[in-house]
Each structure stands twice: as structure tokens, then as C-alpha cells.
Design a protein around this ligand. Structure first.
Ligand SMILES: Cc1cc2nc3c(=O)[nH]c(=O)nc-3n(C[C@H](O)[C@H](O)[C@H](O)COP(=O)(O)OP(=O)(O)OC[C@H]3O[C@@H](n4cnc5c(N)ncnc54)[C@H](O)[C@@H]3O)c2cc1C
Length: 390
């Protein structure tokens, strides 16, 4: 038994907190290019000191923590306000590689992803294939030990930063739907890949569209078998995501506290309408916390997240939209001053949040699709005939 194994939860929390306060990378740089390097350096620091990948196997750079410690980890990360990872690889393709990848793929891809040396982005959605993903049309034609990929992806978050794209491609016939989909990882620097930023309503370009024109991809980049990519799509670090719900609960607790401070600073707490809304948000942020605890409790007692996780996303998406909308209203005309003017309240964070959170009920499955999931899988109501069977 090592010293770390004999540690109590409280000792682990104290050790982690000390590490985060000693090594946290300081204020967020304003220059986007500098910010990317700053974020990468932070994630490399986490891996190099053994504080990254709370649920990942140790041999690939992770901590392999028991679930209760993962919760502590997520709470402390939220508290420390350190930068999150770049790209979308850690929560989506990493667990897929861990579960279905070959040993060679695990060694090649996992550690560089965790360190932030290689940024991974998701190429699933296409024009015409979002909620109904099995209708995707990007093709991959086998040619010896390579696939030749043609088609287009869209809404690729952080796409302009991508070094690797984890994609779903059609290897079956055009009408084969989920039976003809293959999971293929594509080097974003390959000849024939074009990545174009898509400007969003905040003025930033967090999305990109990606075009593939006769892109040659080694068969060795395929995860799982040809035409058998669909079942892999649902793989996630279920437990890590549930522990992440505690991170979100802690983050929103902090954000609401900051909004309440702002209401005090601006002398608005005498307004009964303001107080009424703040109380409502206080109740909702507590419900988010209780729901996260319920999810955690289900995992500890039944081994799986259960119904709590299905409603979490809907609750959080509605909460963050309403909270930012209220903040902008509360600030009156000052609330619509944008950051570049230099006059913006708190660098325009509430207005940016208001604009950004419009996407919360679309990304990673729209609110309507989430409601379908709750209806079908939690309430056991009839299945939506428009969607593929789950
Ligand atoms: C912030 C954000 C980040 C994203 N990041 C990525 C990414 O990195 N990679 C990636 O591949 N994609 C990404 N997406 C795309 C996202 O997955 C899709 O936008 C989403 O799945 C919806 O697909 P769609 O936009 O094609 O809308 P559609 O599927 O065309 O839906 C249009 C409308 O119809 C409704 N609808 C559709 N089908 C049904 C149904 N059966 N029942 C009831 N209502 C229905 C929807 O709810 C929606 O209101 C991102 C999107 C956002 C907003």
C-alpha cells in the first residue's frame, strides 16, 4: 500500500487544494493565441504532477481515483477556477479509445491528449445530420491500408484548434443508417482537410465547418470494426461525467454568488423583483446540487447514474439561460455594453454568457431530444418513431 492509498479523503482534498493554489496558472490572458498556449501548459503541468485524468488508468497518465475521490477532484477544480481542457476529446473520444482502442492506439493517443499536446475535436454533425445522426453522409472508401474520406462536418467546437478530428463516417451503403457507420480518427493536418471558422453571435468563432476532399486516413486510425462505429458513439466516462455534475453544481453556486454580489454593489437588492428572482435562482442552484448528489448516490448504491443524470442537463441548460438573461436585465442599459468598449460591467461577462447560453439547449443533443430521452428512458413512455431505436 502506498502513502497515497493510505490517505483519507480529507487529506486528499487538502493535498489537491494545496497543489492547485501553488500551481494555478494565474489570470486568463486576453490574447487568444497566448491563451491557448497558457491552457496547454496548465494541462501539461497537471499530467506531469500526477493530477490529471481522475478516472483514467494510471498507465495512460491518469489518476485512477475511486469515485468518491473523483467528486472531490471535480469540486476542487471548480473552486480553483483553473482552465478546462481544449477541444472536446477528453470527455468523448478518450473513453471510447480506453474501452475499444487497441493497445497501440491507447499508447499513441491518450497521454498527448491529456497533456493538451494534441487537441481533439468532434466531427459528428453534418448539414442535414444533427439530431438524426444516422443519416450522416460523409463517406470513407477503403483503398488498401487507407480510407479515402469525402464530405463535410459542421458545428465542430474549437475546430480551428484541432490537431485530430474524431469522426463518424459512412462505410456502408447510402441507406445503411447506423449499420454502416465507422469511427475514424483523422489528422486535421492531412492533405484535403479544410477547416473554416464559423462566426457566432458573440462575435467569436468557437465553431468551425470541416471539409474532406479525398483525404487519406490509415486504417490503423479506425476504432473498432468497419460499419460497427454506432454502438461506440454512446461510450462516455459515465462516472466521470456524473462526478462532473458536482463540478457544474459547484461552478453555478459560485456564479450565482457573484451575481448576488453584483446586485449588492449596484444597490439593487432593495428591489423586490430582483430579490424574488435571486431567491428563485438560489432554489434552482440548490436543486442542481441535490440532483447531482442523487446521481452520485445512485452510482454508489446501484453502480449507474440513473434518472438523475437525464434531467440534470435540462435543468442546467434552463438555469444558465435564465440566470444570464436576468443578469443582463438587472444591469439595464449597462448590461448590453460589450467588452471591447472598455465600459462593460465585469468585461461583459453577463452579456457574453447570455449570448453563449442560447446554445445550451442545442449542443450535445437539443432540449427536445433530451426531453424525448427522459420521456422514453425515465418515464417509459412510447418511443419517438422518428428516431433510430436506442
Ligand atoms: C454549443 C454547441 C456545440 C456543438 N459542438 C459540436 C461538435 O463539437 N461536434 C459536432 O459534431 N456537433 C456539434 N454541435 C452540433 C449539435 O450536436 C447539433 O446542433 C445538434 O445535435 C442538433 O442538430 P441540428 O443543429 O442539425 O438541428 P436539427 O437536428 O435539425 O434540429 C432542428 C430542430 O428540430 C428539433 N428536432 C429534431 N428532431 C426532433 C425529434 N425527433 N423530436 C423533437 N424535436 C426534434 C430539434 O430539437 C431542433 O429544435 C454543437 C452544437 C452546439 C450548439
Amino acid at each position: 500500500m502506498t502513502g497515497a492509498d493510505r490517505e483519507t479523503d480529507a487529506q486528499f482534498r487538502a493535498r489537491l487544494r494545496k497543489f492547485l493554489s501553488t500551481h494555478a496558472p494565474g489570470p486568463r490572458p486576453r490574447d487568444p493565441a497566448v491563451r491557448v498556449e497558457w491552457t496547454k501548459a496548465w494541462h501539461a503541468t497537471l499530467v506531469d504532477h500526477g493530477y490529471a485524468g481522475p478516472s483514467w488508468p494510471r498507465e495512460y497518465g491518469g489518476m485512477e481515483l475511486p469515485f468518491a475521490r473523483q467528486i472531490i477532484y471535480q469540486e476542487e477544480i471548480a473552486r480553483a477556477r483553473v482552465p478546462g481542457p481544449l477541444g472536446t476529446g477528453l470527455g468523448i473520444v478518450a473513453p471510447t479509445i480506453i474501452e475499444y482502442g487497441t493497445e497501440e492506439q491507447k499508447r499513441r493517443w491518450l497521454r498527448p491528449m491529456l497533456r493538451g499536446d494534441v487537441v481533439w475535436c468532434q466531427g459528428y454533425s453534418e448539414p442535414g445530420a444533427g439530431s438524426d445522426l444516422p443519416s450522416l453522409r460523409t463517406t470513407a472508401r477503403r483503398d488498401g491500408e487507407e480510407y479515402v474520406v469525402n464530405g463535410q462536418k459542421v458545428w465542430t467546437s474549437s475546430g480551428t484548434l484541432a490537431d485530430m478530428l474524431f469522426c463518424l463516417v459512412r462505410t456502408g451503403s447510402p441507406g445503411s443508417r447506423q449499420k454502416g457507420i465507422t469511427y475514424l480518427n483523422i489528422d486535421a493536418g492531412s492533405p484535403g482537410v479544410t477547416i473554416r471558422p464559423l462566426r457566432d453571435l458573440t462575435g467569436a468563432a468557437i465553431f468551425a465547418e470541416v471539409f474532406f476532399d479525398e483525404v487519406r486516413v490509415p486504417v490503423a486510425n479506425r476504432i473498432g470494426e468497419e460499419n460497427e462505429g454506432w454502438p461506440l458513439v454512446r461510450t462516455s466516462l459515465g462516472h466521470e461525467r456524473s462526478a462532473g455534475a458536482m463540478n457544474q453544481a459547484a461552478s453555478y453556486r459560485r456564479v450565482l454568488g457573484e451575481l448576488i454580489d453584483l446586485a449588492h454593489e449596484r444597490g439593487l437588492t432593495g428591489d423586490p423583483l430582483v430579490c424574488d428572482r435571486l431567491v428563485e435562482f438560489e432554489m434552482r442552484v440548490r436543486l442542481i446540487r441535490y440532483n447531482a448528489e442523487r446521481t452520485v448516490s445512485d452510482i454508489l448504491t446501484k453502480g449507474e447514474p440513473g434518472a438523475g443524470s437525464s434531467v440534470s442537463r435540462l435543468m442546467i441548460a434552463a438555469f444558465e439561460q435564465d440566470l444570464h438573461e436576468f443578469a443582463v436585465d438587472m444591469l439595464g442599459p449597462d448590461g448590453i455594453v460589450t467588452a471591447p468598449s472598455g465600459q462593460a460591467v465585469q468585461r461583459g461577462r453577463w452579456l457574453t454568457g447570455f449570448l453563449m447560453t442560447r446554445a445550451s439547449t442545442i449542443g450535445a443533443g437539443t432540449a427536445e431530444i433530451q426531453r424525448n430521452t427522459v420521456a422514453e428512458q425515465v418515464l417509459r413512455l412510447p418511443y419517438d418513431p422518428a428516431m433510430p431505436p436506442r
